[in-house]
Design a binder for this molecule. Structure first.
Ligand code: CAA
Length: 258
């Protein structure tokens, strides 16, 4: 597929997906979602981490495309919402860590894209929020639910009701982003985080993601059972043998993801 709205690159075990419509501040229209879906489907098996960012120097993603949404019917809105849900759930369910590098405006659907990633880091000039009520709508790509799970009901409602645009420092203070770094250091920072992850056992990292994701919505007893299963299933893998043998031999592990 010839991408018009995204860039999709690989650097060894790392993939980089850039939403790249800077003229519209990288707003997500249907065509962009289809390209993102195609890119996620074409991730190679040896890709071990994915970074998501925005093209240009102003925005991560400034939301769903308002021009495209402005005239659609309720039925089309439901379809558009389902498309966004499908792509962000795909992102969330990838068996590899995903990192949002929020390099500017992350508003509405843009913040929802970041929330679909495992880890969110922001540049000092990032601005984050869910301004949908200013347009007479609500977030439609999972934002109401993921914000609530991440921040708790009160903070999520505050952001949803007021449409406040948070600066990066405030976003960090409330736990919406993990760290804030100077704009020109953001990619270096997220690549360094990815590099740390890439050194570890890929099956173990995937299992850690799985048990957190599936366990977070369950009661503790069921969630701990998931952890027991995830723990047990790693034993007998080549990675577990290698990781423990390497520790005992006082050498670095050479994981193969098997
Ligand atoms: N959709 C479509 N186009 C957008 C856009 C969006 N979400 N955000 C920005 N653009 C376009 C602008 O229309 C403008 O295009 P033109 O040059 O052709 O006029 C261009 O990008 C540059 O934007 P601005 O001139 O507005 O730039 P600015 O620096 O003055 O303001 C901004 C930046 C504060 C981010 C402002 O663009 C803005 O408020 N954007 C909309 C943010 C928003 O409301 N997002 C939520 C969308 S709804 C949603 O996401 C629903 C959902 O969950 C499903």
């Amino acid at each position: 597929m010839d991408y018009q709205n995204i860039k999709f690159e690989r650097d060894g075990a790392l993939a980089l997906l850039t939403v790249d419509r800077p003229k519209a501040l990288n707003a997500l229209n249907s065509a962009t979602f289809h390209e993102m879906e195609h890119a996620l489907n074409s991730l190679k098996e040896d890709t071990r981490a994915l970074i998501v960012t925005g093209g240009g120097d102003k925005a991560f993603v400034a939301g769903a495309d308002i021009a495209e949404m402005s005239t659609i019917s309720a039925a089309q809105a439901r379809e558009f919402s389902a498309l966004g849900h499908r792509v962000f759930e795909h992102l969330e369910n990838l068996p590899i860590p995903t990192i949002a590098a929020v390099n500017g405006f992350a508003l509405g659907g843009g913040l929802e894209l970041a929330l679909g990633c495992d880890l969110i880091y922001a540049s000092e000039k990032a601005k984050l929020g869910v301004p949908e009520v200013t347009l007479g709508v609500i977030p439609g790509f999972g934002g109401t639910q993921r914000l609530t799970r991440l921040l708790g009901r009160a903070r999520a409602k505050e952001l949803l009701f007021t449409a406040d645009r948070l600066d990066a420092a405030k976003a960090k203070e409330i736990g919406l982003v993990l760290d804030v770094v100077p704009a020109d250091k953001l990619m270096e920072h997220v690549k360094a985080v990815a590099a740390k992850i890439l050194k570890n056992g890929p099956l173990a990292v995937a299992q850690a993601k799985r048990v957190v994701e599936y366990g977070a919505d369950q009661d503790l007893r069921a969630a701990n059972e998931l952890e027991r299963q995830g723990f047990a299933v790693l034993f007998g893998s080549e990675d577990q043998r290698e990781g423990m043998a390497a520790f005992l031999a006082k050498r670095p592990a050479n994981f193969q993801g098997k």
